[in-house]
Design a protein around this ligand. Structure first.
Ligand code: G
Ligand code: G
Ligand code: MN
Ligand code: NA
Length: 254
């Protein structure tokens, strides 16, 4: 059976799951946020990663329903964790191109927040530069509406697009995530160090938060900290975790 034929069943049969990757402030090890990442608990193939089914979902249009499910689930988990005394941190959700272009997006987001009662400041949406490319004017309007609701916007994979700086200039984002291609070699590569340091300084002056992605080693961490980057996400701290593990290790450690 092909993935596209099975995918509708994934939703209907409750086979989608969110995993959670912590975002940490290295200075004191504090949890400052979390990114929700979708998984498909496939009855035969086991746990499937987004790259194995998100592209198919985009093509078939099922990404709309999946994205709506992800938004609702992420918001309701965060609300439940906070109600149980967990930390007041935002949860990040990845948007797909199709979702971003759907005229009902803002309604879907409001519904996700309203249905569980999560305050908008605890939701953050991750968009990529490539999603903005073909219609900057539209992108700016949609993002403006979302920001006006009090929701955060992260520019994901920052630095890999064709005109990263014009996105920063034109879009109402409040956080950027430095792409892991700038990090993988950073402890040896002076050019990458210069770029990351410049991104951090620029973002500071624009009042935009910065998070470095893909930190895997303590050398990378030290180098990035030296560039004055104050938040990181990466395997060095943790891979994406199941909810149970994320709660035990990060939300409610004993
Ligand atoms: O989860 P992984 O750790 O394998 O994620 C790979 C990529 O899949 C991420 O970079 C992200 O862009 C994408 N992704 C993960 N979860 C979601 C989701 O809920 N919706 C969309 N559209 N993309 C996602
Ligand atoms: O930003 P994006 O949505 O593309 O990021 C999430 C993806 O990055 C997920 O697939 C996650 O598993 C992956 N990821 C997170 N931290 C690391 C890391 O330290 N190294 C590598 N190689 N991938 C990472
Ligand atoms: Mn992301
Ligand atoms: Na990224």
């Amino acid at each position: 059976i092909r993935i596209e034929n099975e995918l509708p069943g994934a939703l209907a049969n409750d086979q989608l799951e969110l995993f959670y990757q912590p975002q940490i402030r290295p200075e004191d090890g504090l949890l400052v946020g979390v990114e929700a990442l979708v998984r498909w608990r496939h009855p035969k193939n086991g746990l499937m990663l987004p790259k194995q089914f998100i592209p198919v979902a985009e093509e078939t249009g099922l990404i709309g329903e999946i994205g709506t499910w992800v938004l609702k689930e992420a918001c309701s988990r965060m609300e439940a964790w906070q109600s149980a005394g967990g930390p007041k941190i935002p949860i990040s959700v990845n948007l797909s191109f199709r979702q971003f272009r759907d005229s009902r997006l803002v309604t879907f987001i409001k519904n996700a927040l309203d249905s569980c009662g999560l305050s908008p400041q605890y939701l953050n949406l991750e968009i990529t530069e490539s999603m903005m490319a073909d219609d900057m004017e539209h992108s700016r309007n949609v993002l403006g509406e979302i920001r006006n609701l009090g929701i955060g916007i992260s520019l994901d994979d920052f630095g890999t697009g064709y005109s990263s700086l014009s996105y920063l200039r034109n879009l109402p984002i409040n956080r950027l995530k430095i792409d892991r291609s700038f990090i993988s070699d950073i402890e040896k590569n002076k050019r990458d160090q210069a770029i990351v340091a410049a991104i951090v300084t620029m973002a500071e002056n624009l009042w935009i938060e910065v998070i470095a992605e893909g930190i895997e080693t303590k050398e990378q961490l030290a180098t990035v900290e030296n560039c004055r980057c104050r938040a990181i996400q990466g395997y060095y701290y943790s891979r994406p975790l199941s909810e149970a593990e994320f709660k035990r290790k990060y939300l409610f450690p004993s």
